[in-house]
Write a protein of this length. Structure first.
Length: 65
């Protein structure tokens, strides 16, 4: 009997939020994606919105400004 590896399930729905770490804000998603740390909270929110807007955006990072 062989053991089969199970890959973690990736949610189809993206739930991106922003969190603050000191003077930086980071966008993160339930699928495991994380944007770069930003000093601008507005830019971190835009990163999250851009990730949610891209279909199957797993692992994709927003372009650098």
């Amino acid at each position: 009997m062989q053991a089969h590896e199970q890959t973690p399930a990736v949610p189809d729905v993206h739930n991106a939020t922003t969190t603050e770490r000191g003077s930086f804000a980071v966008a993160r998603c339930a699928c495991g994606w994380a944007g770069p740390a930003r000093r601008s909270r507005d830019r971190a929110r835009l990163d999250a919105a851009a990730h949610v807007a891209v279909p199957s955006g797993h692992g994709r990072r927003p372009p650098a400004p």
